[in-house]
Every structure is written in structure tokens, then in C-alpha cells.
Design a binder for this molecule. Structure first.
Ligand code: PHE
Ligand code: ZN
Length: 867
């Protein structure tokens, strides 16, 4: 079936709904092949004049329709699988619909579908319309009452949003449960799960003394692996009370883990649904990164209860209103749970790896886009990660107190509403007394600002002039940009590391830290009473999501690495030196960087997690993005050569770290994870020495006492060209073949291995009996690992990597359009490469574009990427 023509939806065209639905009662008669959904809605016209009611649908089969108990005459409505239009309904009426759907045939994983014989829903963004005809838009808020009926033996647990009010047996071995959610919500937050689960339970006493029953539902046998998620949930609940004064508002909170899920997790009211990969963890099967991600995402989805659910989005253009804000809250939660500087560096790395490339390519869009074809394609790094950075800048610009007051104002004023970014920003304009209209540019303009700074010091007068400018390159549809306000958190050190105070022109006292905002295209900041030549650091804690050309010398950066008071700046100085060496062939500086990193090793015991980050050089994708005419082979060689210099300089120490015995008993704490991170970073650096260091990796693999160590050793073997890689892979497979999440890692480590035979490997893996095109985790383990973590192979000069990805997306598209479209994002960099690569990328994309049956999702991504 061919999708209808792609239609562009525009923010400027927003119209409030003509009807409201205040209450809906749903009855699900569950059956894998034919589920009947009876929906009884109380509908109210908002305007005076008679108007047609147009309800959204998707793949629906209407069985019956009545208004106020009277079956509707065929002439009173028109219906197709995508729309139900009632031509002239009364002003206030009860609409009763019965639709039939087939969860077993639903491979798109949107709406009601089956995953390992259990029922599950995914309604964000527009999945509810695949369940029943409805006003499927976020500004229609209704109270839901849900009755679920199903075979009791096969589906003993029946879950939906809100509170369980009744349950019991029915005839024919069936049973039922009734769930009532007292909080009005948009349809995208509806959820239903039914099946056989193992569950773990706990409780949380809120600050006002209410008891909330917590449950996590997983596959039978996995219960113990959900303990860390439960622990994270309780910490998140406490944190939101302490930090944002937000209390949970139902008597129960449930999480269900599913094996087949298009994203990470979903914040449905009172019933979060999670990808199993973000719930299940133990020492043997999960890495520290997995534990961290579980903590972060459990927190994220929980925090949505206030930022997303109680205050939701007026329309999908406002997606960042809930996502950017919730990413910010999640990052703050993680920073408080672990190490704030380490968390910040990791968040910056993620932003650079995922968002900067997006902002620089054909898919660039503002944090709040102004048009889309398929909203599923806008769950992007820009909306999420840059959206989080925008909140962080807002906090910096209005100050902590006004930020805290603005948040409380937002929670109070907007509770129960479907809001806009303007509604949100208005709270901070009010709490701070500042005019924030220029700040809106962060929401409206795509592209990463390039900031340039140059300083001039006059020894005689003690005057230091710092000229800072900003520029945003054109992005699709936005040729001209206006400068957004860029918060600079600035301080100075001297060559010997001493902090230097300075008096900003117009200020009365000298300060060692300056909170400035660059509001113009160019500004010269004048500092007086500067006693020595200063080395400026402009972006403490990465105070704005920009690129910075500060023109510092290697010597100045080395001083920052050793002495700057800000950990982010120390880390960034090392990264900047490494970038310069790799990008401009400044090899002469490699030994100096090696010595400086040796100092990080010296003090690694103080903060091993930080040292681990310092030891990892900017990855190949970052170099490709920073290079005007990237040659992946050359950049890879430059990177390996620098890594080799560093590894050779510290080989003995690195081997000692890599060979240290694992800590038992295992602890997932930030400290223990930091020590393991250092070990992994040591292995990673040693991998640059090639097969000659393979003994270290094989030993590390054999002696691993945690998945973190095993995975790091396997990864090093994968980089080292040693034959021991295949032996270790075989062992790993035999040991873990029954555990899908671990087998995902097995696929991923091979797809990411930068060996010459990478493409042959991924081709073989695609034919492997454990590869499953219907399981998003498995698909991503193969395809996203290859295209995102193995840029040399993906960008192979003969175009083979591009063809592999396009072929796979083509095979997935008819089954799961959202997944297929998302897989193609690595093509966003194609225009940066040489003519030959561009030709190959273009023809791979055009092969997709030519398919008449291509989904709307994939077509939108392909066309925008090609444009
Ligand atoms: N809203 C989810 C989140 O917390 C993401 C998501 C979007 C999940 C769409 C499923 C479908 O970020
Ligand atoms: Zn979210």
C-alpha cells in the first residue's frame, strides 16, 4: 500500500481544536490477531457554529458507530482507514466507536503491538490513532477509564495508566481489569500492557507522606536484573522533590520492559514503557555505561511526569518544551548522583558527536522546528540535546535564583495545560525581570554558532582586551541568521597556573570569574588591572553549545591542561591539542601531549573517571566534522599515529592499569565505574600498538570480572588486528547466546571494529541466524554501530558502506518506517566528502527515493538529505 503524498505541517498554521473530548472510556477485548476496541467519548464542540468532527485514524477497521446511543446513518459520516469525519454532529454528545485491529500484524511498533507474546502500546507521537479514531493531538486532554479483557492463562497481568479500580474473572477463561487515570492527558500518553511478566515491587513515601507502590515488569527470569532500575527510580523521585519540589501524583507507578521498542523509553502516565536494554542490568551482563544509561533514562521518564505529562505540549512543534527541559533535568540528576564535571564532559561529548553533525548538515533544524512531514523524524539530537543546552544557558543568563523561581512559576501556572515555548520563557522573563526576546533565537535558528576570540594584553597599562565574535553559517531554509545571546563563563590563568583577577570595564572590583553574555556579532571586552599576560578560558563548564576558535598556542593549552580550575577546560585543552595535531599534521607536538597526558595518569587515582576521559582522543567522526575536506583514511591514520605515540610513551603504566585484577564484589557505583573506565581507556590506547599488545587484551578478556572489562577487552581486540579477536568472539557467543541484550553487544563490537574486513563481517552478520530485522535493538546493534562507530568502513571510498546501510533500510522500511528512517541519519554528512564518495552516497539515497512504496518517514529523510 502506498502512503498518501507527503504533506508538510507548519507551526504557523496552528489552529486550536474545534472539539474537545473530556472523557473517554475504552474497552479492549484483547486478541493477538483481532482485538476489538470499544471507545465511548464525551465530545464537546468549542465554537458556536456547527462544524464537522474529523478524527484521526491509521490502519483502522470501523465496526460500528453511534451517537448518544443511536447507530449513525451511513450518510452522516465518511470513513477510511485514516480519517473518520462526522459531518454535522451535535454540540455535546456521546460518541461510541468499535474498531478492529491486529496487534500481531503490527510490525511498525506503533499503536498496539505484540512483543514476545505480550501486548504493548506505543502512542507518541501519533500512535493512538492506530487504536481508535480520535482527536490524536496533544492539546486534547481527556480523562481515561480503560477496561482490559483477555485470556487469563496467556495474559495474567493487565496494565494501563492510573489506578487499578477493579478486576475479576470472566467466562471462557478470560479475565478483566479496570484502570482509571484521574489526570486528564493527551492521547500520546495512553498505554496498555498485557501478558506474562515477572515483577519486582517496592514503595516510595512522598514528602507529603503518601505511599506510592512501585512495580517493574520484565520477562520471567529477569526480575533481579531490574533492581538497579528500581533503585534509580526511587532516587529520581527523591531528587525531584528535593531539587524542583515536585511530588508524584498517583498511588502507583509502573514500568514495563519490552524487547521490541523503537526508542529508549516512554513516559506514559503512571505506566512507563521501556526498552529492556534500559532496565535490565547486572555485573555479568551490563557495562557501566549501561548502568549509567538506566539511571539517566529511568530518571528522564520519571521527570516527564511534571515536564511533559502534567504540563504537556500544545502541538508537536513544541516538542523541546518537554524533551529539552527533561534532558536538562536528567543531566542535573545524573550530575548530582555521580561526578558533576565528568557528567558535563560526557554530555558535551554526546552533543558534539550527535548534534553538531546534525546542525552542520542537510537535516539541520531549529530546536523548535517550524515545519515537518513526519513528526517521528524530529525526535532528534537537536530537539533533545541542544534543547537541554538551551535550558542550561537560560539558567546561566537569568541566574540560579531567577531560574528556580521561574521553574516554580511554570509548574504552578501551566499545570494541567498544553503549553508553548513562549509560555515557558514568559515565566523566566517574569522571574528575572529580563527581556528574553533575543533568547528565543536559540529556539528558532538552526546551526551551531562559531565563536572566535582573540586577546591583546598591554603590559604597561595592565589592560587586556578580548574581542569575541560569533557567526552562524546558513542552514537549509535559513540563509540569514541573527546573533543569539551566548553566555560566556570566563576566567584567566597565568602561564604558571596562578589564577588572575581582572576588573571588567564598568565594574568596581576585580574578579577571578566573569559571567558575560555576547549579544552582538562582535564585542570587545576590556579588563583592567591585569597583572600578567592571561590565558583566557571562555567556556567554563561548556557554557554554550558553540564551537570556539580561541587561537591559543599549544603552550597555553598545556598550561590549561595542567592548571585551569575548571575540569571541562582542562579536558578540552587536551582535546584541542589532539585535534590540532591530527588535523594539521602538527606531529611535532605529539610528545608534549604525551607528557601532559602522563600527568593525567599520575593523578588518575584522584579521579580515574576524569583521567579516562582525558586519555580518549577525539573520535574519527569529530575529526571528519572539523576537517574542511575530510579523508577518513588519512584522519584515521593520523589518529592512530598519535595514539601510538601516547601509548608507547606510557606503555608500562598503561599495561599495569589494564592488567589490574577486577574488583570483587562488583559495585555499580560511580567510583568503581570510574576505575573501570580508566582500565578501559588504557586498553583502548594500547590497542593502537596493534597485534603486538594482543596478549594484554586476551588476558584482560579472560580475567574480566564484569561486562565492562570484557567488552573493553573485546573492543581492543577488535581494533588490534589480532586473530585472538575471533576466538574471544566465539567464546563470548557461546557463553551468552541465550541473552539477547548481550548478543546485541556481540553484534555491535564486530560492526564497530575498524578492521579491513569490516564490511564483509557486517554482511555475514546480517545473514546470521540471530539477526532479526524486526527487532530494533538488533538492527541498531548492527547498522548504527557500523554507520556511526565505524566511520572508516561506512565511508569506504568504493561506496560499499553506503550501499549496505541503504539496502538494510530498504528491507526494514515496509515493516518499520520509523526505524528505517532513523537508520539513515549517518548519511547527513555525505556532502562533506570528496566527489567520488558523494556520488556513491547520492546513488544509494536515490535508489531509495525511487522506490514507489517508500514510507513517508523514510521519504522525508531521504529527500531532505539529498536536497
Ligand atoms: N518521549 C520519549 C522520551 O522520553 C521518546 C519517545 C518518542 C519514545 C517517541 C517513543 C516514541 O524521550
Ligand atoms: Zn523524553
Amino acid at each position: 500500500m502506498r502512503d498518501a503524498e507527503n504533506v508538510t505541517v507548519r507551526l504557523a498554521d496552528y489552529q486550536p481544536p474545534t472539539y474537545s473530548i473530556d472523557d473517554i472510556a475504552l474497552v479492549f477485548s484483547l486478541d493477538a490477531d483481532a482485538t476489538l476496541v470499544a471507545a465511548r467519548s464525551q465530545v464537546r464542540r468549542r465554537g458556536e457554529a456547527v462544524a464537522p468532527l474529523a478524527l484521526d485514524g491509521k490502519r483502522l477497521d470501523l465496526q460500528s458507530i453511534s451517537i448518544d446511543g443511536v447507530v449513525l446513518d451511513g450518510s452522516a459520516y465518511s470513513v477510511d482507514p485514516e480519517k473518520l469525519i462526522i459531518h454535522a454532529p451535535p454540540a455535546n454528545f456521546r460518541l461510541e466507536l468499535v474498531t478492529r485491529i491486529s496487534p500481531a500484524a503490527n510490525t511498525a511498533l506503533e499503536g498496539l503491538y505484540m512483543s514476545s507474546n505480550r501486548f504493548c502500546t506505543q502512542c507518541e507521537a501519533e500512535g493512538f490513532r492506530a487504536i481508535t479514531y480520535f482527536l490524536d493531538r496533544p492539546d486534547v486532554l481527556a480523562r481515561y477509564a480503560v477496561r482490559i479483557e483477555a485470556d487469563k492463562a496467556n495474559y495474567p497481568t493487565l496494565l494501563s495508566n492510573g489506578n487499578l479500580t477493579e478486576s475479576g474473572d470472566m467466562e471462557g477463561g478470560r479475565h478483566y481489569a479496570i484502570w482509571v487515570d484521574p489526570h486528564p492527558k493527551p492521547s500520546y500518553l495512553f498505554a496498555l500492557c498485557a501478558g506474562k511478566y515477572e515483577s519486582i515491587h517496592d514503595q516510595f513515601a512522598t514528602k507529603s507522606g503518601r505511599n506510592v507502590a512501585l512495580g517493574i515488569y520484565v520477562d520471567p527470569g529477569d526480575g533481579e536484573r531490574a533492581r538497579y532500575a528500581m533503585d534509580s527510580l526511587k532516587r529520581a523521585m527523591k531528587w525531584d522533590e528535593d531539587t524542583f519540589k515536585r511530588e508524584y501524583d498517583l498511588d502507583l507507578f509502573n514500568i514495563v520492559a519490552v524487547r521490541d521498542f523503537n526508542f529508549g523509553a516512554m513516559e506514559n502516565k503512571g505506566l512507563n514503557v521501556f526498552n529492556s536494554s534500559l532496565i535490565l542490568a547486572d555485573a555479568e551482563t551490563a557495562t557501566d555505561a549501561d548502568f549509567e544509561a538506566i539511571e539517566a533514562v529511568v530518571g528522564h521518564e520519571y521527570f516527564h511526569n511534571w515536564t511533559g505529562n502534567r504540563i504537556t505540549c500544545r502541538d508537536w512543534f513544541q516538542l523541546c518544551l518537554k524533551e529539552g527541559l527533561t534532558v536538562f533535568r536528567e543531566q542535573e540528576f545524573c550530575a548530582d548522583q555521580r561526578s558533576r564535571p565528568v557528567q558535563r564532559i560526557k554530555d558535551v561529548k554526546r552533543l558534539r558527536a550527535r548534534q553538531f553533525g546534525e546542525d552542520a548538515g542537510p537535516l539541520a533544524h531549529p530546536v523548535r522546528p517550524s515545519s515537518y512531514q513526519k513528526i517521528d523524524n524530529f525526535y532528534t539530537a537537536t530537539v533533545y540535546e541542544k534543547g537541554g543546552e538551551v535550558i542550561r544557558m537560560l539558567k546561566r543568563i537569568v541566574g540560579e535564583d531567577a531560574f528556580a523561581r521561574g521553574m516554580q512559576l511554570y509548574f504552578e501556572r501551566r499545570d494541567g495545560t498544553a503549553s508553548t515555548v513562549e509560555d515557558f520563557i514568559a515565566c523566566f522573563a517574569e522571574s528575572s525581570g529580563q527581556d528574553l526576546s533575543q533568547f528565543m533565537r536559540w529556539y528558532e535558528q538552526a546551526g551551531t554558532p562559531a565563536v572566535k576570540s582573540r586577546g591583546r594584553y598591554d603590559e604597561k597599562t595592565g589592560l587586556y582586551e578580548l574581542t569575541v565574535s560569533q557567526h552562524i553559517a546558513p542552514t537549509p531554509g535559513q540563509a540569514k541568521k541573527t546573533p543569539p545571546p551566548i553566555p560566556l563563563w570566563l576566567s584567566f590563568i597565568a602561564k604558571d597556573g596562578a589564577r588572575i583577577a581582572a576588573k571588567l570595564e564598568g565594574d568596581t572590583i576585580s574578579r577571578i570569574e566573569h559571567h558575560l553574555v555576547l549579544v552582538n556579532e562582535e564585542t570587545t571586552f576590556r579588563f583592567n588591572d591585569v597583572l600578567e599576560a592571561p590565558i583566557p578560558a571562555l567556556l567554563h563548564s561548556f557554557s554554550a553549545p558553540v564551537t570556539l576558535d580561541d587561537g591559543l598556542s599549544i603552550e597555553e593549552r598545556l598550561a590549561q591542561m595542567a592548571h585551569d580550575p575548571d575540569p571541562f577546560t582542562r579536558w578540552e585543552a587536551g582535546q584541542a591539542i589532539a585535534r590540532e595535531i591530527m588535523l594539521s599534521d602538527a606531529k611535532a607536538h605529539a610528545p608534549a601531549l604525551a607528557i601532559a597526558l602522563g600527568r593525567e595518569l599520575d593523578r588518575a587515582q584522584e579521579d580515574p573517571a576524569f583521567a579516562a576521559l582525558a586519555l580518549r582522543l577525539p573520535d574519527l567522526n569529530e575529526l571528519i566534522l572539523a576537517s574542511p575536506s575530510p579523508d577518513p583514511e588519512k584522519l584515521h591514520a593520523a589518529r592512530e599515529s598519535l595514539r601510538k605515540t601516547i601509548a608507547a610513551a606510557h606503555r608500562v603504566r598503561l599495561e599495569a592499569i589494564a592488567g589490574a585484577p577486577g574488583e570483587l564484589p562488583f559495585s555499580p557505583s560511580a567510583d568503581a565505574a570510574g576505575r573501570r573506565a580508566l582500565k578501559s581507556a588504557a586498553l583502548d590506547l594500547l590497542a593502537s600498538l596493534g597485534a603486538e599488545a594482543a596478549g594484554v587484551f586476551s588476558d584482560a578478556y579472560q580475567n574480566a570480572t564484569s561486562m565492562t572489562e570484557a567488552a573493553a577487552a573485546l573492543d581492543a581486540l577488535g581494533q588490534s588486528n589480532s586473530e585472538a579477536f575471533d576466538d574471544a568472539l566465539e567464546q563470548f557467543y557461546q557463553r551468552w547466546r541465550e541473552n539477547p541484550l548481550v548478543i546485541d553487544k556481540w553484534f555491535a563490537v564486530q560492526a564497530a571494529s575498524p578492521r579491513r574486513d569490516a564490511l564483509a563481517r557486517v554482511r555475514r552478520l546480517r545473514e546470521h541466524p540471530d539477526f532479526n530485522i524486526r527487532n530494533p535493538n538488533r538492527v541498531r546493534a548492527l547498522a548504527a554501530s557500523f554507520a556511526m562507530r565505524n566511520p572508516r568502513a561506512f565511508h569506504a571510498a568504493d561506496g560499499s558502506g553506503y550501499r549496505f546501510l541503504a539496502d538494510l533500510a530498504q528491507a526494514i522500511d515496509p515493516l518499520n518506517p520509523a526505524l528505517a528512517a532513523r537508520l539513515l541519519t549517518p548519511f547527513e554528512s555525505w556532502k562533506r566528502f570528496d566527489e567520488q564518495r558523494q556520488q556513491h552516497a547520492k546513488s544509494a539515497l536515490e535508489q531509495l527515493k525511487a522506490l514507489p512504496e517508500l514510507s513517508k518517514n523514510t521519504r522525508e529523510v531521504v529527500e531532505r538529505t539529498l536536497a
